[in-house]
Design a protein around this ligand. Structure first.
Ligand code: FES
Length: 331
């Protein structure tokens, strides 16, 4: 028998099948709450339970009195207190047979894959969202769209090669005309369009992809918000798409770029910061009060950036938006 999950203080409720977690049940019913990894790593889905019992494994990323909705399985009816929620249309998500038309090795360990949708078909998504690729064995991998939404007949993916990764083995062999099954859109990492606050984007490696979509979208819409991008990598090869950065320098008024690389010689050659992205932002910003921060990358990097922004530079935690990349099968 399904359980009833009610959002405290509202008339909104949805049903949850036995064994299903709270986040998945909400998404299936068209109620989206904050999330990113869906694997219990990022902490974005943390929220409260006002009444009722649920099985929630221990974690060290939710705040006091909070649980992770992507991990919590109700044991009966629940009243929950999410930090935010809104209605979505689950039917807006679509599957496509997308054709490879370009596959470029942008760095030693990064492929840029350009896909085309079948003639006459368009993908509808918001800048910053992601898709899922279905592999031959039926498992799925998640990748952010790097192209902006108005380029809706194409999908650009930045794929970091993961040692032993199943898709990593396939990617270098993909050639023009090969088909991939994709489904989109997913995720709620997206530009807050109603805001005019200055933006700080902090990305590591292929965390660049969703932010590229955001910034290309700003260019297309003629939005004039001050934007600083800090892009981190081991060396200059890790900053694998500088042509996009050069374009924003020309087309985005108030755009500032800080490369942050661990290789000292490359940092000097780039005129950038030698070290980690969180230290780069500490050096660059005395205060982030009034800013919005968009951060994408591996879990430790995102956690370090959040700590620097919120605990040390006065950023309102509600204005920290993150997309956490966790390798492996999509949840
Ligand atoms: S911890 Fe639940 S979405 Fe990341």
């Amino acid at each position: 028998m399904a359980y009833d999950i009610r959002i405290a203080g509202t008339e909104q409720h949805f049903s949850c099948e036995p064994g299903q977690n709270i986040l998945d049940a909400g998404l299936k019913a068209g109620i989206e709450m904050p999330y990113s990894c869906r694997k219990g790593v990022c902490g974005n889905c943390a929220g409260g339970i006002a009444s009722g019992a649920a099985q929630c494994p221990p974690n060290d990323v939710a705040g006091p009195g909070q649980v992770l909705y992507c991990q919590c399985v109700p044991e009966g009816d629940l009243e929950i207190v999410p930090t935010a929620w809104h209605r979505i249309d689950p039917a807006a998500r679509k599957q496509f047979s997308a054709k490879v038309y370009r596959n470029t090795l942008a760095a030693d360990d990064v492929s840029v894959l350009q896909l085309r949708l079948p003639a006459g078909q368009r993908a509808k998504f918001k800048a910053g969202q992601y898709l899922q690729v279905t592999l031959p064995d039926g498992s799925r991998r998640s990748y952010s769209m790097a192209n902006p939404p108005h380029e809706s007949d194409t999908l650009q993916l930045h794929i970091r090669h993961v040692a032993g990764g199943q898709f990593t083995r396939i990617v270098p062999t993909l050639k023009q005309g090969d088909l991939l099954q994709v489904e989109l859109p997913f995720g709620n990492f997206e530009l807050k369009e109603e805001s005019s606050s200055p933006m700080l984007c902090v990305v590591g490696g292929t965390g660049f992809a969703p932010v590229k979509s955001l910034l290309d979208d700003l260019v297309k819409k003629g939005v004039k918000r001050p934007v600083t991008l800090i892009w981190g990598g081991r060396d200059r090869n890790g900053l694998y798409l500088m042509a996009a950065v050069d374009r924003w320098k020309k087309l985005l008024p108030g755009f500032d770029f800080v490369p942050a690389v661990e290789d000292a010689a490359d940092a000097q050659a780039l005129g950038g910061f030698h070290g980690r992205v969180d230290d780069a932002l500490r050096t660059r910003f005395e205060s982030l009060a009034g800013y919005e921060v968009y951060c994408c990358g591996a879990p430790p990097m995102v956690a370090a950036v959040k700590k620097a922004c919120v605990d040390e530079r006065g950023l309102d935690p509600k204005h920290f938006f993150s997309d956490v990349f966790v390798p492996g099968p999509a949840a």
